[in-house]
Design a protein around this ligand. Structure first.
Ligand code: G1P
Length: 296
């Protein structure tokens, strides 16, 4: 089979965002801003930086703001133009440059089912899956490294991170044999195990490069953990037929779906944001000094 390039990314965004209520009652979790961009924009830019050109968003109820965000806003553009605000105008125009497709996942049937919804658009190509609430520091190039591994093996690649025992129950967890630097050939995986039954401390984080044969497998996958059709279960079935690789990520990731993770992401990305970093650093240093003083 000829080598296929990853040119499409799927962004599951149909979740209810219950960990972030009430903020997510009427607006999507993916639109929560980190400094000056919504979380999903960081995810889209990460895909863009890997030369991915087509974006497929799996949406649900109360998610229309995502479509508006990546749409042309003629009125806003005219307004910025007339005021001579060219820098921000450029940024706004870039948002609607790419090709987006939106698919509604009518029922909350799980991540596996969300991915299956993208089948008519992905067709017969390998593709990236990005869970936008897992925020990866843009300097770490995780997706780019995963695509390189996919290009070499033409196989499924999962992003992995070592997580502490107390957090393991929140993730899909894998076991594997190290076959290269930070590269594992996976031989077991369990969705959200208990700490005592987890096959290792390596959790799947929100980046996947999948091959299109996953669709047929998801179609036959029975509901698993939480009564949902789990992507982890489908990949485990795939693993019996062909190799699945895990890339152990050593960079920075923040769980933007969790309040504390979201705050950490905000602080870290603010410290890198050219518009606010200098003032913010000053503020933070003063604030921390006063906190330390109080604790003495
Ligand atoms: C999903 C996957 C899980 C993975 C996690 C990464 O879980 O089912 O295997 O470890 O994403 O963020 P969710 O966070 O949607 O419950």
């Amino acid at each position: 089979m000829p080598k296929q390039r990853v040119s499409k990314a799927v962004f599951p965004a149909a979740g209810l965002g219950t960990r972030f209520l009430p903020a997510t009652k009427a607006s999507p979790k993916e639109m929560l801003p980190i400094v000056d961009k919504p979380m999903i924009q960081y995810a889209v830019e990460e895909a863009e930086s890997c030369n991915i050109k087509e974006f497929i968003v799996i949406t649900g109820k109360s998610k229309r703001a995502i479509e508006d965000h990546f749409d042309i806003s003629w009125q806003l553009e005219e307004n910025l133009k007339s005021k001579g605000k060219h820098a921000i105008l450029d940024e706004i125009q870039k948002l609607s440059e790419h090709q987006f497709a939106y698919i509604r996942q009518g029922l909350p049937l799980g991540l596996g089912h969300a991915i299956l919804c993208s089948k008519p658009f992905v067709k017969d190509e390998p593709f990236a899956v990005i869970l936008s609430d897992d925020i990866i520091d843009p300097e770490d190039h995780l997706l780019r490294d995963m695509i390189k591994i996919h290009n070499k093996y033409q196989a499924t690649v999962l992003a992995l991170e070592k997580v502490p025992k107390e957090e393991i129950h929140r993730y899909g967890v894998v076991a594997g044999k190290e076959v290269g630097k930070n590269l594992f050939k996976i031989n077991d995986m369990v969705e959200k195990p208990t700490a005592s039954s987890a096959p290792s401390d390596m959790a799947i984080i929100g980046r996947y490069i999948l091959t299109p044969d996953i669709f047929g497998i998801i179609e036959k996958t029975k509901p698993g953990k939480g009564g949902e059709i789990q992507l982890t279960d489908a990949i485990k079935t795939l693993m019996k037929k062909r190799p699945v690789y895990g890339y152990l990520f050593r960079g920075k990731r923040y769980d933007g779906g969790d309040k504390l993770g979201y705050l950490k992401a905000t602080v870290e990305l603010a410290l890198k944001n050219p518009g606010v970093k200098t003032e913010f650093k000053k503020y933070l240093s003063t604030r921390i000094s006063s906190l330390i003083e109080k604790e003495k």
